[in-house]
Design a protein around this ligand. Structure first.
Ligand code: NAD
Length: 498
């Protein structure tokens, strides 16, 4: 018997019998450790109905009371962060220290939501016209859906849920079916923090659940994070059903290394950001663009650092890189080693030869390094989403920039240089949403917002921070006259300000 993971609806675990379930693996052991219930249309109705019932009470709960729940949640999450990190590692495979980093950043998003009252203040203009005052208020949208990917099972839900709730919305969270337990842990902690039943519901499932939320007339907005084809589908389907949608997609992040860069710093950064979380990060560095003449030296430094990496079970404290999330994903990533070689790239480090002390049946693939990669090769065109770094050599800054800007994705990028002028030029000219200068994973802090350009984001709002609050609210502007209500009788002309 494996563990069963089920929905969290209206403040309690769902106790029905699921028609369909999905397998949840232990990626380090290569075994099935749990089954997750996959929602049928009835459970989608149930979850949305619970969120709808909770809405009138929650939207009229005072900001002070909503803020107190958020602070209490922040304290509980902080106290139990190690437990959550172990849950993430058990189902995702990333090493525990990496999971702890994801949770630390998630807590910063919760802290931002603790201050939502500050951001929700509207404007007030006294005497906009004689005796007339005008003011704006930010109101919640209603029931909102949050659909998240497997690679950050704690952080990505917490990019959205705290702000959505703090703004007075109620939520149906549909986490990835590959590592579903973190979402239940979060929902239970919110309940313990005093969040009323039905304000946050967790609906497990696959396409059926996603489609159910996209088409449901009572769901007013969707925040989605996942791969580009699904993000595009979610955006198009959700907006066609009249919803506000932000859909964050995939990535192919390039890191440009100029000749004057500190090459040790650049090599450390490329390896850390390329192989952390086994490359399963939307902000992972996937392509290193070595500007002449640094190619040979940089490739040697990266290869040297890879040889020192310890790949193993994420639960072991000395492991630096864990397994991939599923066997299917590992096999897909591994297939790019064959296509890279067939297409003419130079395989410098072959991840298939990795040795893992225990658990040989896990979904292992070691760090891989390709040199002399060119656009058009599948390893440069596709989002591989695994432990693979490609080095492309370019003769000049201009040709490096051209390569980055020609890419259809625009999530993150970085430049490594000691030339402030070159860095400033890059930040101005690059067509990417998040830019690092000597920083390889430029994930913005919680009080800015996160989002890519081009095929990395569909919709108008970035995630979390001020744009997140903007996404989860709609503005109402009130024009009022209390004193001196002189109006001069019936007047059919368009009102003028006096
Ligand atoms: P995915 O697109 O396969 O799944 C994301 C969500 O969509 C999951 O909840 C899944 O159940 C659902 N889904 C999957 N197939 C669907 C379908 N056919 N119809 C409707 N819903 C479907 O992504 P993933 O593999 O879980 O996550 C990895 C991807 O997410 C990568 O492409 C990565 O770059 C991207 N990502 C992007 C960001 C960002 O901020 N831009 C952050 C994290 C991950």
């Amino acid at each position: 018997m494996t563990t069963r993971i089920s929905h969290w609806i209206d403040g309690k675990a769902w106790s029905g019998v699921a028609e369909r379930t999905g397998e949840v693996f232990d990626p380090a052991a290569g075994t099935v450790q749990a089954h997750v219930d996959l929602a049928a249309p009835e459970q989608i109705q149930e979850a949305v109905a619970a969120a709808k019932r909770a809405l009138p009470g929650w939207r009229s709960t005072s900001l002070a009371a909503r803020t107190r729940v958020m602070f209490a949640f922040r304290e509980l999450l902080s106290a139990r962060k190690d437990e959550l990190a172990r849950i993430v590692t058990a189902e995702h495979g990333k090493v525990v220290s990496d999971a702890a980093g994801e949770i630390a950043r998630a807590i910063e998003n919760v802290e931002y939501a603790c201050g939502a009252a500050q951001v929700l203040k509207g404007g007030y203009t006294e005497n906009a016209s004689t005796g007339v005052d005008v003011y704006s208020i930010a109101q919640p949208l209603g029931v909102v859906g949050v659909i998240s990917p497997f690679n950050f099972p704690a952080m990505v839900p917490l990019w959205f849920v705290p702000n959505a709730i703090a703004c007075g919305n109620t939520v149906v969270l549909k986490p990835s079916e590959k590592d579903p337990s973190a979402a239940n842990f979060i929902a239970e902690l919110f309940a313990e923090a005093g969040l009323p039943d039905g304000v946050l519901n967790v609906l497990h499932g696959d396409k059926v659940a996603v489609d159910g939320l996209l088409e449901h007339p009572d769901v007013k907005a969707i925040s989605f994070v996942g791969s580009t084809p699904i993000a595009r589908y979610v955006y198009e389907t959700g907006t066609r059903h009249g919803k506000r949608v932000q859909a964050l997609g995939g990535a192919k992040n390039h890191m440009v290394v100029l000749p004057d860069a500190d090459l040790d710093l650049a090599a450390d950064a490329a390896v850390s950001a390329g192989f952390g979380s086994a490359g399963e990060r939307c902000m992972a560095v996937s392509v290193v663009v070595a500007v002449d003449p640094v190619g040979d030296e940089l490739v040697a430094k990266i290869a040297e650092r890879i040889s020192g990496l310890k790949v193993g079970d994420g639960r072991q404290p000395d492991s630096e890189m864990g397994p991939l999330v599923t066997a299917a994903h590992r096999d897909r990533v591994a297939s790019y080693l064959d296509s890279g070689v067939a297409e003419g790239a130079e395989l410098v480090v072959d991840g298939r030869t990795v040795e893992v002390a225990d658990g040989q049946d896990g979904f292992w693939l070691g760090p891989t390094l390709f040199d002399r990669v060119e656009p058009g090769m599948s390893i440069h065109r596709d989002e591989v989403f695994g432990p693979m770094l490609s080095v492309v050599r370019r003769p000049t800054y201009e040709t490096a920039l051209e390569l980055v800007n020609a890419n259809p994705y625009g999530n993150g990028t970085a430049i490594f240089t000691n030339d402030g002028g070159a860095a400033r030029r890059f930040q101005n000219e690059v067509e990417v949403g998040m830019v690092g200068v000597n920083v390889p994973i430029p994930v913005p802090v919680a009080y800015y917002s996160f989002g890519g350009w081009k095929d990395s984001l569909f919709g108008d709002s970035h995630a979390y921070g001020p744009e997140g609050v903007h996404f989860f609210t709609r503005t109402k502007v009130v024009t009022s006259r209390w004193l001196d209500p002189s109006h001069g009788g019936v007047e059919l002309g368009f009102p003028r300000n006096s």
